[in-house]
Design a binder for this molecule. Sequence first.
Ligand code: HEM
Length: 408
Amino acid sequence: MTSVPFDSTVALLREGYPFVSARCDALGTDLFTSRIALQRVTFMRGAPAAELFYSSGHFTRRGAVPPTVQHLLQDKGSVQGLDGAAHRHRKHAFLAVMGPDAMPGLGDLFEQEWRAALQRHDDDRFVLNDLAEEILTRTACRWSGIPTDRVDVERLTRELSLMVGWSGSQGPGNWYAQWRRRGTERWAAELVEQVRRGELAPEPGTALRVLAEHADENGEELPSELAAVELINVLRPMLAIARFITFAAVALHENPKWRERFAAGDVEDLEPFVQEVRRYYPFFPVVPGRTVDSFTWDGHRFDRNEWVILDLYGTCHDRRLWDDPEAFEPERFRGWSWDDDPYSMIAQGAGDHAGTHRCPGEWSTVELLRRAVVLLSTSGLTVPAQDLTVPLNRFPTMPRSGVVLARG
Ligand code: HEM
């Protein structure tokens, strides 16, 4: 029988994404307390837990994210570490850059870069994840107002990829990624300073321009190092969309009826397909927070400063919310809208985008996945025999082969 160990570190690392749900199912609960690295932690899953975690005001991200993860992902001083009015003010800047209106332009840039990359790389076979990371780095730079002559694309792609790939690991790989990140931060801070000195003039509304000119809620310009961290918080997750693109390629390969429909120009279910990719495949397993006060919820007394981990993957696979959650069924998203229920489809966070820590990059993710799915479906590229299994005990994970595609 599944039980909750005194310390869950080993079980979590061994079982990976399903760890929290398996315990909740076995115990008939949505909440249990254990330890990680001997620190007491409360795990939660499900839509009501997501609402509590994102929208009640009882939680902060401060002191919740392990430093090895934090330095490679959002980093200190960034929007994710802010609360209340300061958070809403900074978040507004992100939403101004990457709201729905900006999506057609972003998608068009991505398509241009995709076609150009497939012409540049004329190998018979290539690894989709690697190519998509390069395409997304170029797209993200152009879209953010960074002139391509100020970018060593190969190097930046490598640095951003290390940040994503090693964010969930401890040890030398993580340290190396942190060391390489310092170079990215210096480069990004120099771009911010060039804008401030008037040596670079990115288009209004681009991330580089908006962040370089951003003043905090007290009217103070962000230190250039912090504006650089926030610029990286646009570039790095854009590259991370490559993982969803590899999952989309696997979904098309394993469910050829969808590929045939999209290839024939029938795109009515394109959005449902993309939403199902985000729900079904594993990306960020959980998100950690700390309570800012003490309160009781669902019979559990939360102490102030309690460490709490919300299960994103388990909520996206919760059979009370999704019929047959382990089946890939885009049809379930027909007629679905973002506003229907902001606490069930939580692969990229929950709640209202402006007022919570929900990901402001969701529209970008959906737009680029839509474009990639059509490009993949119409490409004539084939999927040779390879290992497409997805290890569930690697964070973040992806198909083992990275998805090899072949021409002809
Ligand atoms: C926040 C996942 C793409 C920028 C988040 C959160 C999650 C997430 C789970 C919530 C963190 C929390 O609650 O503390 C993802 C996944 C992506 C993705 C799986 C797929 C690749 C993007 C993109 C961008 C982006 C494309 C920008 C272009 C951000 C930022 C935050 C955030 C700035 C912090 C928001 C805040 O604290 O208010 N993301 N994201 N993400 N994401 Fe994403």
